[in-house]
Each structure stands twice: as C-alpha cells, then as structure tokens.
Design a protein around this ligand. Structure first.
Ligand code: SF4
Length: 300
C-alpha cells in the first residue's frame, strides 16, 4: 500500500485540529466568506472576529452594503487597519449587485473581475464557499509548500504562477477534497509550520517533508524587523481618520490640525487619504469621509 500523500496527511490533521472559526461553519454563505477573506488579509484573526460579526449583522448581503455609503463602510471598518479595504469591499458589493443580481458569483473569472478581489481571494472564495478545486496560495501556504516539497526553509519572493502550479500539484483530484486540503495547508502554515519556529515534531506531514528530511536547522528569531508604526505617516493617517469617523459632518481643517504636531507630515497624510479615496474636501477648508453627505457643489 502506498504512503498517504502530503495533502491526505494534512487534511486528516486539519479535520481533527482546525481552529473553530465562525466563517468555517457549515452553512456560512459566500458573502460572509468573502468578507472574512478580505478582513483576514492584513489583520489577525482575533481582531477580525468581532468586526466580521458586526459587519454581517449590519450588512448581511452585498445589496445591503451597496445601498450604504463608503463613509459608513469606513466607519464600520474601525481600527482593522488598511481602511482602503472597506471602500473596495463596498465597491465589490455594488459590482455583485450590478453584475450578478446580488449573489456572489461562483466562477473564478467573475470573482477575479470584482473590485478588490485578487488572485488569492478569488480562489479562496471559490474553494471555501463553493467547494471548487483551486490552489489557494497565501504567504503561509507558499512557505509550507516550499519547505515540504522543495526542501527550502523559506519561500523567498512571490512567484505567483509557479506558486499556483506547485500548490495545485498537491491537491487531490476531487473538488471537495481539494478545497479541504487548501484550508488544511493554510492552517498548517498558521499553526505548525510557522515562519520562525516550525514545530516539526508535531507536524502531520513530518514523514514526507523534504525540508525535515534534509536535516536543516529550523530558522531562529525574526529575520525582519517589525514594522515601525509610531511617528509614521500611517499613524497620522489613523489619527486623522479617527476624527473624521467620529464626526457627523464636515470637519474644519483647524480641528484636524490638532491631531499631529508636524504640519508637513500632517498635510502629507491628509493628501494621501484624499488620493486613496477615503477622504474628500467638503467645502472651504473642511474635510469628510468620502460620500459622507450630498455631493459638494464646486466653489466658483
Ligand atoms: S515537517 Fe516541519 S518544515 Fe515540514 S511541513 Fe511540517 S512543520 Fe513544516
């Protein structure tokens, strides 16, 4: 009898050990899964959990979100970070209503054509919401595949087509089993085969892992410094957005001037928010979240 495949070993482990996350529960719809995937891209699970629930309580369908303003999407996004995702998610909801009658499409090409939905998200929704066979490749999966199959400790720069091919080759032929394996690879990368301290002794794929077989040492300590936040334009943008989120109308420039001492940096951060479509001028010397009120009449 042949040895179980990498996918079979990891899938079996996943069925017994997967974290109990609400977007994985049976019956969760494609819209809820799409929202979870967008939120999880740059935000840890623990912070996404309450935000995901609140978002779906308020906007249980794409149509509900599409009817609301981008400003409300930014308000609900709160402090999840990278708030352009909120505006893109609302644009995505509007496109789903316009092009697909309010139902998240199940075809990969249609998912890929939605605003804010890239290579990873489209395949994740197709696999996890519709049970299709697609390689779902995030940073964790790239690392797992690179170690287990190529025997290299780290995946290096993303090479999207090659990553997709390498992962697809590992998937079982049957679509539901392939979707399960995709979820399992992600979970293995998040919980066991982590970047700096892989727990090979606890890994379900230890017996078939090329990196483990090579006898190479586990990577130790972080190779990248954590990103600085204090004092960056990102922090200033966050402070400005916090004021605008709380406001019920246009916010005068003088009020925004109070959030940060450095005028040059403050102006740069505000200009960045306008360029990114999160904030717009609201009359003379005032600003507001984008779409937060009737269109402005240009000054003569
Ligand atoms: S044996 Fe170690 S390196 Fe290989 S997949 Fe498992 S955790 Fe990762």
């Amino acid at each position: 009898m042949s040895e179980p495949s990498f996918a079979a070993l990891v899938s079996r482990w996943y069925e017994r050990n997967a974290r109990d996350l609400p977007w994985r529960e049976p019956g969760v719809g494609a819209w809820a899964i799409l929202v979870s995937e967008i939120m999880l891209q740059q935000t840890p699970v623990v912070r996404v959990l309450p935000a995901w629930r609140a978002w779906l309580d308020r906007w249980p369908t794409p149509a509900a979100l599409a009817e609301d303003t981008p400003a409300e999407a930014i308000r609900m996004w709160g402090r999840l970070g990278y708030p352009r995702r909120a505006v893109r998610l609302r644009d995505c909801a509007a496109a789903i209503v316009e092009r697909h009658g309010g139902e998240v499409p199940d075809r990969l090409d249609q998912l890929l054509a939605l605003p804010g939905v890239g290579t990873y998200t489209a395949r994740a929704v197709a696999a996890f919401a519709f049970g299709q066979r697609h390689p779902v490749v995030d940073t964790n999966v790239r690392r797992v595949v690179c170690r287990a199959i190529a025997g290299e400790p780290d995946a290096g720069p993303a090479t999207r087509p090659a990553d997709l091919v390498a992962t697809e080759e590992l998937l079982p032929a049957e679509p539901a089993a392939a979707a399960l394996a995709s979820a399992a690879f992600m979970e293995l990368g998040a919980m066991i085969c982590t970047a700096r301290s892989p727990r090979c002794a606890m890994c379900p794929a230890e017996s078939v892992c090329a990196w483990r077989a090579s006898g190479q040492e586990a990577p130790t300590g972080p190779t990248r410094r954590p990103q600085r936040y204090a004092g960056t334009d990102r922090q200033v943008r966050g402070l400005l957005l916090a004021v605008l989120r709380e406001a019920t109308g246009p916010v005068p420039h003088q009020r925004l001037d109070q959030v940060w001492h450095d005028g040059v940096q403050r102006a740069r951060a505000l200009a960045g928010l306008v360029t990114d479509g999160l904030v717009e001028p609201a009359g003379e010397d005032s600003f507001r979240l984008v779409g937060d009120g009737p269109p402005m009449i240009p000054l003569p």
